[in-house]
Design a protein around this ligand. Structure first.
Ligand SMILES: [Zn+2]
Ligand SMILES: [Zn+2]
Length: 365
C-alpha cells in the first residue's frame, strides 16, 4: 500500500481533534467534489484521496493504526475482534531502558467538545482529552513505560450523569428551543452559521432541580493513574491514543479518548532530525592531516570511526544504522558525525618551536 500522508491531505496537524477532521473533510470535499469540478480528473483524484483520508482519520481505530504504523491494512478495522494497535495496551516497548527519574510533568493542552453531538435526550459521546508528556531523549529512542496521573471524571451515581436530581424532570432550553444549536452571525464575514447553544451547552435541555450530590454537573473530577507505554522511536509531536480515557459519555454514550502528545527534551550530545542523529567529534590538526581512528559516542555505547587523511573541519561522516528506529517501518536511521578541529593549548616551548618552523616552511607566518 502506497504511503499517503492523510494529515497532509486534509491539511491537519497530527493532534487534530475529531472536530477538526470533520471540518477539514467538509471543506476539501466541497472543494474537490466532482459536481463542482466537471471533467477535472485531478479534482476527482483529490476527492478520492480526501475521502480515503477522512475514512481513516475519522475512525479512531484506523487512525490509531495509521498513527502507530503509518498504514491501516493490518486488519479490517473491526474493533470488536480484540486486537488493538497502538494505545496504551498494546505497544511493545524495550523493557531494558526504563527510567524513573524522567520529568513527570503532564499538563492539559486542550479539551474538545464535539459540537456535532446530537442534542436532546439521546446518548452523547464524551470529549477527547489531550495531554503533553515530556520525556527524555533516551526514552523516546528506546521506548519507556510511564505512569501518569490524569484528571478523569467519574459519573455521578445519584443522577446517572444527568445532573438532574433523581425523580425530577429537565425543561426544554428556551434559547434554542431544545435543538442545542442557535444561529449566530459571524462578526467579520456576516455569514450566519449554527453554533452550540451557550445556555444549555448544546444539550437542548435545562436542569431545573440540580442533583444534590454533583451540583448538577453529572460527574465528579478525580484522578486516575494510567500506565503509558511509549513505543521506541516516538518523535516530538507523536501522539499516543488511549481508548476510552477521555471524558465519559452522557446517558450511555461512549467515552472520549485520551491523547498523549510527546515532547522530547534535548540531548547533550545528539541532535535529532527525524530518525537521524547528529553529533560533533573533535580531532587535532595533525590527526586531520594524517588521518586517525577515533571513538565516537553512539546510542548503543561507542563506535570506532576511521578519519581519512586531510579531513577538513565540517566534514560529516555517516555511521550507518546508528540512528533511531522508525516507529512505523522499524528501519533504523543513521548517525552523522561532524568533524571539528581543536586548536592545541598550553604547548611547550619545543612544540611551539616545531609548529613555528612548520608554519615558516609553508609561508603561513
Ligand atoms: Zn448527580
Ligand atoms: Zn439551548
Amino acid at each position: 500500500m502506497a504511503k499517503k500522508d492523510y494529515y497532509k491531505i486534509l491539511n491537519l496537524s497530527r493532534d487534530a481533534s475529531q472536530t477538526d477532521v470533520k471540518k477539514s473533510y467538509r471543506r476539501f470535499a466541497r472543494k474537490y467534489h466532482p459536481d463542482v469540478n466537471p471533467g477535472d480528473d485531478i479534482a476527482v483524484q483529490r476527492f478520492k484521496e480526501v475521502k480515503e483520508a477522512y475514512e481513516v482519520l475519522s475512525n479512531p481505530h484506523l487512525r490509531d493504526q495509521y498513527d502507530t504504523y503509518g498504514r491501516t491494512d493490518l486488519d479490517s478495522g473491526d474493533v470488536s475482534h480484540g486486537t488493538t494497535y497502538g494505545g496504551a495496551d498494546s505497544v511493545e516497548v524495550n523493557n531494558d531502558v526504563f527510567e524513573t527519574d524522567v520529568d513527570s510533568d503532564i499538563y492539559e493542552v486542550s479539551t474538545g467538545e464535539d459540537p456535532y453531538s446530537q442534542p436532546g435526550g439521546g446518548p452523547e459521546p464524551g470529549s477527547d482529552l489531550s495531554f503533553e508528556l515530556t520525556i527524555n531523549f533516551e526514552n523516546a529512542v528506546y521506548g519507556a513505560e510511564r505512569e501518569i496521573n490524569v484528571p478523569t471524571f467519574r459519573i455521578c451515581e445519584a443522577c446517572s450523569g444527568s445532573g438532574s436530581a433523581p425523580g425530577t424532570k429537565t425543561a426544554e432550553c428556551k434559547t434554542c428551543q431544545g435543538t442545542g444549536q442557535v444561529f449566530e452571525r459571524d462578526r467579520y464575514s456576516g455569514e450566519m452559521s449554527l453554533v452550540q447553544c451557550k445556555a444549555c451547552y448544546g444539550r437542548g435541555k435545562i436542569i431545573q432541580t440540580p442533583c444534590m450530590r454533583c451540583n448538577g454537573n453529572g460527574s465528579f473530577q478525580t484522578y486516575e493513574k494510567i500506565l503509558i507505554k511509549i513505543p521506541p522511536g516516538v518523535d516530538n509531536g507523536s501522539r499516543l491514543r488511549i481508548h476510552g480515557k477521555g471524558t465519559p459519555g452522557v446517558r450511555g454514550g461512549p467515552p472520549g479518548d485520551l491523547y498523549i502528545v510527546i515532547k522530547i527534551k534535548d540531548h547533550e550530545i545528539f541532535e535529532r532530525h527525524g530518525n537521524e542523529i547528529l553529533c560533533e567529534a573533535f580531532i587535532t590538526f595533525p590527526q586531520a592531516v594524517f588521518g586517525t581512528e577515533i571513538e565516537v559516542p553512539t546510542l548503543d555505547g561507542t563506535a570506532k570511526m576511521k578519519i581519512p587523511p586531510e579531513t577538513q573541519p565540517g566534514t560529516i561522516f555517516r555511521l550507518r544504522g546508528k540512528g533511531i528506529v522508525d516507529m512505523h517501518t522499524g528501519a533504523r536511521g543513521d548517525q552523522h558525525v561532524k568533524i571539528s578541529i581543536v586548536v592545541p593549548k598550553n604547548l611547550s616551548e619545543r612544540q611551539r618551536g616545531l609548529l613555528y618552523k612548520y608554519a615558516r616552511t609553508t609561508g603561513e607566518l
